[in-house]
Structures are given as structure tokens and as C-alpha cells.
Write a protein that binds this ligand. Structure first.
Ligand code: MEV
Length: 410
């Protein structure tokens, strides 16, 4: 293993093949301009060249009008960089757009503890989103036989007009259906590999078009045609092993902290009130990266919480346990519909810069990075909660906020 460089010397941009190290000790103490300089070098850039790293995300009036209706301006969020992440053996600096004090510091701290055990290991499924076509078949129609007979034809119809997607290796993959007895309603699911697009518009278009073909096949009254945000065929996973020795804190020994964190996880697994807060902490890591990369965080939230409830009980999104060596292991598994091409991701100067900082990942790699950040964030929160408590560190970082607000009129 090559030893990582401690940081980017400010007067010496790294060569093309220089390995990036996400360990930048003292980064938080540097003046903001110096932090920007380091990040530009990490992006292999001399200047921000229109990528807007300084004003990260400022939008022109033209883009505001392209993105939404009735636009009058922008609403800014701070953008921070979480350090210490190593994912599948590769270091990566994480852009996070978030207003909450201590989130970026906690993500960096979680990643540092996990780094001591070799970092995150991640994996993901193909980027397959699912659309729903809901209908009310006329009484007595044998929709099952009709759908079985026409399955191939329906998939071909779904792919019509999707030449660019097909050329990129995507397209409709599968058709399935179920009947909701109390509603006497048939729901047809169409799975579409959307490659590097988030795919919401694409799937909705496929659903609306395919619904017309289905209506010719099955006498019915048509219901809704829309994607599901519970995209449970588009899963990203992360796993980590944290050596007990890297978890010790003050009077709390490493082995003690391992047990405390395992118990904190079990609390969330047995108590929905705690599970909600546990998962809020996970999303503290996930949402800021989703936002920074121009993705739809409401979709990420909806999918993650529905998946947490997939067994009928709302469960924690992460799992922590003590392994046979007495070290801590953790894992996360979530649906994550993210895009790295198209729409806001391609047009927004901030998301272009964020994606570049992440090494211009494909959608699957981005989903893996995002869930890894959620896992690291959760570790950091649990480590603080089970030892000194969350407030001392949080309030220390929050001090500037308090001082400024004291001067403001309510
Ligand atoms: C605060 O934003 C997040 C935490 O409440 C998460 C948790 O309790 O696990 C600290």
C-alpha cells in the first residue's frame, strides 16, 4: 500500500497520477480560502474555471428559470468537505451541503475511526428503478393470462423511443404484477435500468406510454402511472470494521465503547421512537451529499424510510455488532436513486463541482459513497451518545451560531 500524502501542499498541485489522500489534518483550522485552494487541487484544477467552488452553487437568473417556476432568487446552504473517507481502498473527499452544526465534523470523525479498520467496503445493484401502472380491470377479465402472453411485447413497447438509454446499456428489464383485493385493483410494476440517470422522468414517461398499450390489452379503467420511490431493486450497501482500540475515549475503553454502540443499535431495533432519531442521524450524512450533487433528497428520504419499514416494523437503517475479535462491525443497506447525468446534476455549477470532487462517479458509485457517509455519520453520533453525550461537542461547534443569533432581533 502506498503511503498517502498528508495534504496538498498549497504551492504544489499534485501530478495527474498523485494519489489523493482524504486525510488533511488541521483542515478545519485553515482559513476558508486555503481550504478552497486544497479542494481545487484535489479536483486537479488551477482555478475554479466556472465550476464555482468559491460560491459553490450560485445560480444565474437563467438557470433559476430553467429549474423552477416563479423563481425570485436562491437560498444558500453552507458547503463543507468531509475528510478521512476511504471507500474500497480509494480516498475521497466528500462535499456536504448542510446547515446543521457538527454534521460535517461528525462525518469526518466517523470516517476517521472507520479508516483505522481499512475504511468502507461498498457494493450496489444495477441502477434499476420501478414504475407502477395501476388499473381497475373490468370484472371477469383474465388479466394474468393476458399479461403472461404479452410480457415480451410489453417490454419491447416500454423500450420504444429509448434509443439513447438502450445504447448506454439501460432499458426495461422486467414486468411483474399483483392484485390489491380490497381495491379490486391491478398494479403492474415495470423495472427499468436507468444507468447513470436518476430516471424519474424516464420511468414516468415509460409508465404513461405503456399504460396506453395495456389499456388496449386489458379492458379496464386506468389509475395512476408513476414511479415508486421505494426503489428496492436499486440498493447500495456499505460495511465497515472498526478496531476496538480506535473507539476508546477518555474513561471509556475501546471494548466498552464497542458494547455500548451495539446496545445503542439494539435500542433502535426495539424502539420506534429511538429508530426515528437513529435514522435521522443516518440521513444527516446522506442528505447533504445528495443535495450537493444536485440530486432529489426527498426521493432519497422517502425510499430510505419506506425501506426501513419493509418488514412491517420501522427499523434502524444501520446495524452494529461486536464481532468475534471484539471489534465493532457495521453495515447499511438502502435504496438510493441518484443520478450523475442529466437535469440539475449536469446544469448546476455546484453539483458539477461536487461530482468532480468525487471523481465524476457513475450513479452506482455515487450511491455507494452516499450510504457510506450515512454509516460513518451514524457511528460518530452513536460513539458520542454512548460516551460523553452529544451536547458538549455540538454546543462547542454551535457557539458562533449562538453569538450571532444573540445579536439578532426575534
Ligand atoms: C442530530 O441531528 C442527530 C442525532 O440525534 C442522531 C442520533 O441520535 O443518533 C444525534
Amino acid at each position: 500500500m502506498t503511503s498517502p500524502k498528508p495534504a496538498f501542499p498549497l504551492d504544489n498541485a499534485p501530478d495527474q497520477d498523485d494519489k489523493l489522500s482524504s486525510r488533511i489534518p488541521g483542515f478545519h483550522n485553515l482559513p476558508i480560502e486555503e481550504r478552497r485552494g486544497i479542494i481545487l487541487r484535489a479536483m486537479r484544477m488551477e482555478t475554479d474555471a466556472g465550476l464555482n467552488i468559491g460560491g459553490f452553487g450560485d445560480l444565474s437568473a437563467e438557470l433559476i428559470n430553467v429549474f423552477i417556476e416563479n423563481g425570485v432568487g436562491t437560498y444558500s446552504l453552507p458547503l463543507g468537505i468531509a475528510t478521512n473517507f476511504t471507500i474500497n481502498g480509494e480516498d475521497v473527499l466528500i462535499p456536504m451541503a448542510v446547515e446543521e452544526t457538527s454534521v460535517v465534523a461528525a462525518a469526518s470523525h466517523g470516517a476517521k475511526m472507520i479508516r483505522a479498520g481499512g475504511g468502507f467496503r461498498t457494493s450496489s445493484t444495477d441502477p434499476i428503478g420501478t414504475g407502477q401502472i395501476q388499473l381497475y380491470p373490468d370484472p371477469g377479465v383474465d388479466f394474468h393470462s393476458l399479461l403472461e402472453r404479452e410480457r415480451g411485447e410489453l417490454l419491447a413497447w416500454a423500450n420504444q423511443g429509448q434509443d439513447r438509454l438502450l445504447a448506454r446499456g439501460g432499458g426495461a428489464r422486467n414486468l411483474s404484477w399483483r392484485f390489491i383485493e380490497p381495491l379490486q385493483s391491478l398494479v403492474i410494476h415495470i423495472d427499468v435500468d436507468t444507468r447513470d440517470a436518476m430516471g424519474a422522468n424516464l420511468i414516468n414517461t415509460v409508465c404513461e406510454r405503456l399504460a396506453r398499450n395495456i389499456q388496449q390489452l386489458i379492458p379496464c379503467r386506468m389509475g395512476l402511472r408513476i414511479l415508486t420511490n421505494l426503489c428496492d431493486k436499486r440498493i447500495a450497501k456499505a460495511h465497515c470494521k472498526v478496531p476496538k482500540d480506535s473507539l476508546g475515549y477518555g474513561d471509556y475503553s475501546g471494548p466498552d465503547v464497542v458494547e455500548r454502540i451495539e446496545k445503542a443499535y439494539l435500542f433502535a431495533a426495539h424502539d420506534i421512537y429511538r429508530a426515528a432519531t437513529h435514522n435521522k442521524g443516518v440521513m444527516n450524512g446522506i442528505d447533504p451529499v445528495v443535495i450537493a450533487t444536485g440530486n432529489d433528497w426527498r426521493a432519497a428520504e422517502a425510499g430510505a424510510h419506506a425501506y426501513a419499514c419493509r418488514n412491517g416494523i420501522y427499523q434502524p437503517m444501520t446495524r452494529w455488532w461486536k464481532n468475534e475479535e471484539g471489534d465493532l462491525e457495521g453495515e447499511i443497506e438502502l435504496p438510493m436513486a441518484l443520478g450523475t447525468v442529466g437535469g440539475v446534476t449536469t446544469l448546476h455549477p455546484g453539483s458539477k463541482a461536487a461530482l468532480r470532487l468525487l471523481g465524476n462517479p457513475c450513479a452506482q458509485r455515487l450511491a455507494e459513497i452516499v450510504v457510506a457517509v450515512g454509516l460513518g455519520q451514524n457511528l460518530s453520533a452513536l460513539r458520542a451518545l454512548t460516551c460523553e453525550g452529544i451536547q458538549s461537542g455540538h454546543m462547542r461547534l454551535h457557539q458562533g451560531n449562538l453569538e450571532l443569533s444573540a445579536g439578532q432581533k426575534p
